[in-house]
Design a protein around this ligand. Sequence first.
Ligand code: TRP
Length: 436
Amino acid sequence: MRAHWRTRTGFIIAAAGSAVGLGNIWRFPYMAGENGGAAFILIYLALIFTLGFSVLMAEQAMGRASQHSPVRAFRSLKGGFWPVFGMIGVLTAFVILPFYSVVGGWTLGYIWKSIEGVAREKGAFGAFISDGGLTILFHAIFMAMTIWIVHSGVRNGIEKWTRVLLTLLLVLLILLAIRVLLLPGAEKGIEFFFSPDFSKVTEDTIHAALSQAFFSLSLGMGVMITYGSYMSREKPLAGDAAWVVGLDSMVAILAGLVILPAVFAFGLDPKAGPSLTFITLPEVFAQMPGGKIFGVLFFLMLTVAALTSSISLLEVVTAHLEDEYQLSRVPTSIGAGLLMFLLGIPCALSFGAMADVTLFGMTFFDLMDYLSGKILLPLGAMGITFFVGWVAWSRVVQELNGEQGGIPGWASLWRLMCAVIAPLLILWIMFEGIAG
Ligand code: TRP
C-alpha cells in the first residue's frame, strides 16, 4: 500500500519545507532589493496568493486524486502523451538538485567560515567558491544529508525531519529578525521594505516576481504532485494549500526583514544581487555586536532551509523510480543521489577549474540554472495547469472537497486560473526568459 503522511499536518509541513528554501532567504531579499523594494513585494504577494495558490492546488489535486508520482499520475488520469510532462518533472529534478546542492554546500561552508571568523575577509567568497576540492567536499556532505533523509522514507525521513528542521528554521529566523530590528538605523531598511514606489514597476518587475513565485513555491516539476499523492482524501484541499503559501511568503518577508534592514543599518548596497547573502551579510555581522554568533546562526538557518527543499527534489526522482519500476527506496534514493552528486561536480567547478568551459556561452552551473528556471520548470507548469484546466478537470475538481463531497463555489474561478490565466502567463515567462 502507498505510504501516507503520519499526521494531518504532514502535507503542510513537507510541502512548506520544500517551498521554503534558498529561494526565500537568498534570492527573495536581493530580488526585492534590485526591483524597488515594496512594490515588488506587493506584486509578488498578489501573484503568489492567486496564481501560485491555484497552481499549487492543481498539483496537489493531481497527486491526491491519482495516488501516484507524476508520470503515473498523468497516465492514470488521462494517458496519451500527457505523461511526458511528468517525465519533464523528473528530468528537471536532475537539473536543479545538482546545482542546488552545490549552493547548499556553500551555506555549509559558510557556517564553518563564520565560526572561524574569516567569512567577511575581502575576496573570501570568490576564493571559497573557486576552490574545487573544498566546494565538492561540502557538496558531498550536503548531498549525503539529503540522501539520508529521503532513504528513511516518507514518514520517518521526510515528515519527521522536516518538522524538526522547519521549526528550527522559524526559531532562528525570528531570533535574527529581532536582533536586526534592534540595530540603530534599521528603520531605513524597513521603510525601503514597506513604502512602495510604483513608478519603478516595469514589465521586468512583474516578470521577475512571477518566476520567483513559481520557484519559491516549488511548482512545475511535480513536487506537489508527489507530496499530494501521500495524502488521504479526508480533508478539503484548499486549507492545506493556503497554509503552504502563507508559510512560504511569511519566511520570505521575514528573511527580507532580516537582511535589508541590516544592510541599510551599515550603509551597504541593497542592490548587491546574488552576493548579498555571502559577501554583504558577513560584513554586516562583522560590524554588529554579537555578530559572530548571529552569523553562524544565519548560515545554519540557510543550510536548514536548503535541506528541506533538496529532499523534495530527490523524493520526486525516488518516488518515480519506485512506482514505475517497483524498485525499493533505499538503493533507489542512494543511486539517484549519487548520480546527482556526480552531475554537481562540474557545477561546483564552474567558478574555478572549469570556469572557462562553456556551452552556449554559459558555465555548467549557469546552464543548469538556465535550463531549469527558464525552460523546464515553465514547460512543466504549463503542462500541469493546462492538463488540470482542460483535460482532467471533471476528475480533479472532485478532489477539492475530498470525502466531504460537493464542489465549492469558487471552483470555476480556479478553473479559469488553471485553464487560461496560468498557461498564458507561463508562456510569457518562457518567451521573455529565452529572449531576454
Ligand atoms: N522552492 C525552493 C526554494 O525556494 C526550491 C525548490 C525546491 C524548487 N524544489 C523545487 C523549485 C521544485 C522548483 C521546483 O528554494
